[in-house]
Design a protein around this ligand. Structure first.
Ligand SMILES: *Cc1c(COP(=O)(O)O)cnc(C)c1O
Length: 396
């Protein structure tokens, strides 16, 4: 194989900050590098590998579908696409589905849907209220919707129509709402922003405000959806329903897929309005259906709840015992440990040396997002490594 990082540096655009690790194989929560070392993977492809690595049932489903019918375009009907849409509609508050291939694409679709709805139903309103520190993707429209200026500023004139307010601040949304507003776009928990959990009544307050004003609530559940936060959809924990919801990441268990879900009342796309060559192809939707079936009926959601509670307890104990740990937050198996100093990068480097893969989501915050199939033993092992690493840094 040669020196993979050197080969990569010659031929791949240099835009990723990669860990010095070439991964070759995985099984469950564990991955192996090209030297034969293994690691507990508490990043799981950024909350993508819902069922862990090398899941035999998912692999068989993909192989079977690939041999049967992989891709036919949306010029035709296909059964796996309908079957996954049925699962999504039957197990959510939403009524209709459009499939695409990523989180950014799902949000692109949601933005187009909300803008068309605004033109048709709210006198041409097109503005979308988004939040600071949000993340909605890397396409030109989704960086315009993302509350992180450095993701959009290098790329010239921006798509107009987005206004930003602080997350977890209902009054700021109220103040930003005008006749031009068609929707509010939120993550139920900000993932890339640092696993920011809003106050318990925030989403309920936003929902009520959107209803009063006659504007749409779009929830970006690309990271929080599909069981990641301990319920199938994070919005369930707030006791509300969005008008539009976007999904991707964990839905395919590693196969690229995204989805826009909409209530009937705002599903205003007509033939020709939007589309995707690959979106909803039999391979990706068969994978998605298998993943959701495992999450909903196969015990994976119950495991995520139990392991999430265990991880919370273990991180709380670390918070009590380590002088470096400042707090922890999250839901289900999307969690973060906040540190008193900006040493998240060092925690990640040292954890790697102990055989644990973590993510430094902020300079002072480490994110945990293992497969939803993670075992109790693996949570204990990971917590022990984190505690050891914090002790090393504290005494260094
Ligand atoms: C990752 C993420 C996206 C973008 O998904 P891609 O598949 O990388 O385009 C959008 N929204 C949220 C909340 C995400 O976490």
């Amino acid at each position: 194989m040669g020196d993979i990082p050197a080969r990569e540096a010659r031929v791949h655009m240099q835009m990723f900050r990669r860990l010095p690790l070439t991964l070759v194989r995985g099984e469950g929560t564990r991955v192996w590098d090209d030297t034969g070392r293994s690691y507990l993977d508490f990043v799981a492809g950024i909350a993508v590998d819902t069922l862990g690595h090398g899941h035999p049932g998912l692999a068989d489903t993909i192989a079977h579908q690939a041999r049967t019918l992989m891709h036919v375009s949306n010029l035709f009907y296909s059964e796996p696409q309908v079957a996954l849409a049925e699962i999504l509609v039957d197990h959510s508050a939403l009524d209709q589905v459009f499939f695409c291939n990523s989180g950014a694409e799902a949000n692109e679709g949601a933005i187009k849907l909300a803008r068309k709805w605004g033109i048709q139903h709210r006198n041409g309103a097109y503005e979308i209220i988004s939040t600071n520190n949000s993340f909605h993707g890397r396409t030109l429209a989704t960086v315009a919707a993302t509350g992180t200026a450095r993701y959009r500023e290098p790329f010239g004139p921006q798509l107009p129509g987005f206004v930003f307010v602080d997350y977890d601040d209902l009054d700021a949304i109220k103040a930003a709402t005008t006749d031009r507003t068609c929707a509010v776009l939120l993550e139920p928990i900000q993932g890339e922003g640092g696993v920011n959990v809003p106050a318990a009544d925030y989403l309920r307050g936003v929902r009520k405000w959107c209803d009063e004003q006659g504007i749409l609530l779009i929830l970006d559940e690309v990271q929080t959806g599909c069981g990641r936060t301990g319920t199938l959809w994070a919005y369930e924990q707030a006791g509300i329903e969005p008008d539009i919801m976007t999904l991707a990441k964990g839905l395919g268990g590693g196969v690229p897929i995204g989805a826009v879900l909409s209530k009937d009342h705002c599903a205003v796309f007509e033939p020709g309005d939007h589309g995707s060559t690959f979106g909803g192809n039999p391979l990706a939707t068969a994978a998605g259906a298998y993943v959701l079936q495992q999450v909903i009926e196969g015990g994976v959601l119950q495991n995520a709840v139990a392991r999430g509670e265990q991880l919370e307890r273990r991180l709380a104990a670390i918070e009590d015992r380590s002088e470096l740990a400042a707090g922890q937050r999250g839901a289900g198996l999307l969690r973060a440990l906040v540190l008193h100093r900006d040493v998240a990068g060092e925690v990640v480097t040292r954890a790697l040396a102990h055989g644990l893969i973590l993510n430094p989501v902020r300079p002072n915050t480490v994110r945990f997002m293992p497969p939803l199939t993670v075992t109790a033993d693996e949570i204990d092992q990971a917590a022990a490594i984190v505690e050891q690493v914090l002790a090393e840094i504290a005494s260094s």
